[in-house]
Structure formats: C-alpha cells, structure tokens
Design a protein around this ligand. Structure first.
Ligand SMILES: NC(=O)c1ccc[n+]([C@@H]2O[C@H](COP(=O)([O-])OP(=O)(O)OC[C@H]3O[C@@H](n4cnc5c(N)ncnc54)[C@H](O)[C@@H]3O)[C@@H](O)[C@H]2O)c1
Length: 377
C-alpha cells in the first residue's frame, strides 16, 4: 500500500458517479496484480481515495451520496477546489467546458484527470497548454478503452513483440445514441461526434501507429442525428497514414441499429507482421493468433465482470475509471510518466480535428497544420 493515498475530487456526477462507485467498491489492477477477482471480492484503490464530489444538480449529488456517503459534496466547483484534501480533480462535465474546468483546477494547484475527449477546440487546447505551462500541474486523459481488460492484454502482448510490427490498425466505436440526445442535449449544439465518439478509436490508432502524417476522412449525418437536430455529423470513416507509411482506419456511427454479438461497440484489430489480435469492449474478449497460427480466445467476462461492471449490465466503466485514476495517482506519487498524458491528448485532438476538417473540406489534412495553431510546451 502507498504511504499516502491522494485525495480525489470528482466534477460532474453523472459519469463521475461511476468513478466514485469504482473507487469505493473495486480493486484496481495495481492491487490485484492482474489476478482474476473472485465473485463478490471487494477492496480499495491503492494510490487514491475519493474525498469530494461536485455537480450543479442536486439529484446527481443525492445519487452519489447514496453509494458513497462519507465524502464532501457541493454544487460549487470553487468550494471543491478550495479544499486541501483534494489533490487530484477528475472531470466528467460536457466536452465543451473541459478546457475551462481543467484550467480552473490547475490554477487552484490541483493535478487533473479529464475524461475523453480532452478538448474539442483549438482555443481549448491553447488554454490548457497555457495553464499547464504556468502552473506545472500534471494531466492525464481518462481514456477508458485503453484501461479495459482485453485492451490491456492486447497492449502487453504487443509490447512483448507477439504481433511484431503493426502494419494496419482497424478501430471502431459505434453505438445508437438516441438515449444520449435525451439525457445530454448539449451534444446537439456544443460538440461533434468526431470528438465525443471517435476519441476512442482515434486514440487507439495513434497509440499503435505513432506520429501521423496524413488524415483523410468522409462523414455523414444519420437519420437519427437529423431527427434530434444534431449540428454535427455522426457517421465518420477516417484513414490515417503514419510518418513511416503504415496505415490505420477509425470508424464511428452513432445512429445505427446495433448487432452487438456480431460487432462489439468498440473493437481494435492489430494486423502485424508476426500475428493478429483483437480486443473488444464490452464482451471482454481478447483474441489473438498463437505460436502455430492457431486462433486463441481469452474471455474475461465472467471472471472480471464484478470488477469492470460491478456485476451490472455490460457497458459500465467502474474498472477502467478506477484503473486510470489509480495509475495517475501512482505516477504522481512515484514521479513516473503517466499515459495518455497532455502531449498525447493534444496529439489526439489534432487528429480528430484533422479528420473533421478533412471530411468538411474534402482534402487530406496533415495534423501538423492543426498542431501549428497550438503553443508548444
Ligand atoms: N468511456 C468514457 O470514458 C466516457 C463515457 C461516457 C461519457 N464520457 C464523457 O464524460 C463527459 C460527461 O458525460 P456524461 O454522459 O456524464 O454527461 P451528462 O450530461 O450526463 O453529465 C454532465 C454533468 O456535469 C454537470 N456539470 C456541468 N457543468 C458543471 C459545473 N460547472 N459544475 C458542476 N457540475 C457541472 C451536469 O450537471 C451533469 O450532471 C463527456 O465529456 C463525455 O464525453 C466518457
């Protein structure tokens, strides 16, 4: 156990409730050391503990108090930022206000985890870079997919060379979002599905291909998006060419009718010169080629659903949110690098914005064009 656990304050208690429940009831991987958890086994995070929650809406606070009663709650962000027991702020507010909330936290002397998408505008990117440079506060992107079991296993196998050199990356995140338009109407006006949805597959493509030299995308507005009056397109297909010539593809569709057993909502295929692998969310399967080319499946759903889904339906994020928050606090305590950090977050933003621009203007975009608009740090 760490000598001191860092205090976590959570801003935005809809998705943020998931983190409070996760930190209160589940064992992050740093504690379980990768072993499979037994049914009903519960524990605590190793490097952090929840101390505060904030939301403008009383009903969100009440729902959190019911599951995590012993922490401080407020409707006023400034009250939470003023507390000395809050070391790290974890942000789950609407996309378009992330930059403002990150800046406020850093200027109050807090380190920050911000959910995906880190930011959704060039102005937002410049704002958080300035706050980081002026305060020295650290930031991690809460990119849940990287911290879901099959994606962690796939990455570990990749790092030990099992798939060899990745030659093609194919990632998608698809989901029918009628419920989201109703729950969170801000989606229609203040963000774009390239940020809200494709932040998952585009981060994955960049994670494996490294620096990207060219992005070429097409997009469309589905019947569902039109019906709900969304300003943004919600069907995107984007191609990426890495600096060294390797290629990848990211696909997103947020108005489709789902066939979840045929295609999970998030999937990542790695095609390497030594093997192929696939990670899935939310069926929790990791498939890969074995040494003799045989197809192997590691299915963690029944062993790990207590941790990742708190025994609820597929599609919650208790385990992933706990994993990344604990990993960030560990990196702060140990002085090591966290990932995805601010630089990766800004790089992914440049790719998403390049894809949006490419689809709108009908031309390939070099992400350096967008990066040049954001100050260095
Ligand atoms: N897999 C993932 O990592 C994942 C999943 C879902 C959502 N998200 C992200 O989480 C963010 C929030 O999504 P959501 O579905 O919870 O949205 P939501 O609209 O349901 O909730 C946002 C909450 O923030 C609160 N809020 C807004 N401004 C505030 C302020 N100034 N002070 C205090 N509270 C404030 C609102 O009252 C609301 O309860 C989005 O950026 C979304 O992209 C990430």
């Amino acid at each position: 156990m760490a000598e001191r656990k860092l205090g976590v304050g959570v801003l935005g208690l809809h998705e943020g409730r998931t983190l409070l429940v996760g930190l209160s009831h589940t064992i992050p991987d740093s504690v379980s050391h990768g072993r499979l958890l037994g049914p009903g086994e519960v524990g605590r995070a190793q490097f952090c503990r929840p101390v505060a929650g904030c939301d403008l809406r009383q009903e969100k606070i009440d729902a959190c108090r019911a599951v995590c009663p012993d922490i401080f709650y407020t409707k006023d962000y400034a009250d939470m930022l003023a507390r000395p027991d809050v070391d790290v702020v974890v942000i789950y507010t609407p996309d378009s206000v992330h930059a403002e909330h990150i800046e406020q936290a850093m200027r109050a002397g807090k380190h920050v985890v911000c959910t995906k998408p880190l930011i959704n505008s060039v102005e937002g990117a410049a704002r958080i870079v300035a706050a980081h440079k002026e305060t020295g506060m650290q930031l991690m992107v809460g990119q849940s997919t990287r911290f879901f079991e099959p994606f962690r296993r796939q990455r570990a196998a990749f790092e030990q060379g099992d798939v060899g050199q990745v030659e093609f990356v194919d990632a998608h995140y698809t989901h029918r979002m009628d419920w989201y338009y109703e729950k969170s109407p801000w989606v229609k006006e203040t963000t774009d599905w390239i940020f809200l949805g494709l932040s998952h597959p585009i981060d994955l493509v960049r994670w494996y291909l490294g620096e990207i030299a060219s992005v070429s995308a097409v997009s469309y507005r589905s019947a569902l998006a039109q019906e709900h009056g969304a300003k943004s397109h919600d069907v995107y297909s984007a191609q990426f060419t890495a600096k060294d010539g390797r290629i990848g593809r990211a696909f997103g569709h947020y108005g489709l009718h789902e066939l979840p057993s045929a295609r999970n909502c998030i999937e990542l295929m790695l095609y390497g010169d030594k093997g192929t692998s696939q990670a899935q969310y939310h069926d929790m399967r990791y498939r890969h080629t074995g040494p003799a080319g045989e197809e192997m499946t590691e299915d963690c759903l029944y062993a790990m659903r207590g941790y990742y889904f708190d025994n609820e339906v597929h599609g919650m994020h208790y385990g992933e949110f706990s994993n990344y928050t604990d990993a960030f606090c560990r990196s702060l305590i140990e002085g090591s690098r966290c990932s995805p950090d601010m630089k990766e977050g800004i790089d992914v933003f440049c790719l998403m914005e390049s894809a949006r621009l490419s689809a709108r203007e009908g031309r390939p975009v070099n992400p350096a064009e967008i990066r040049a608009l954001i100050p260095d740090f």
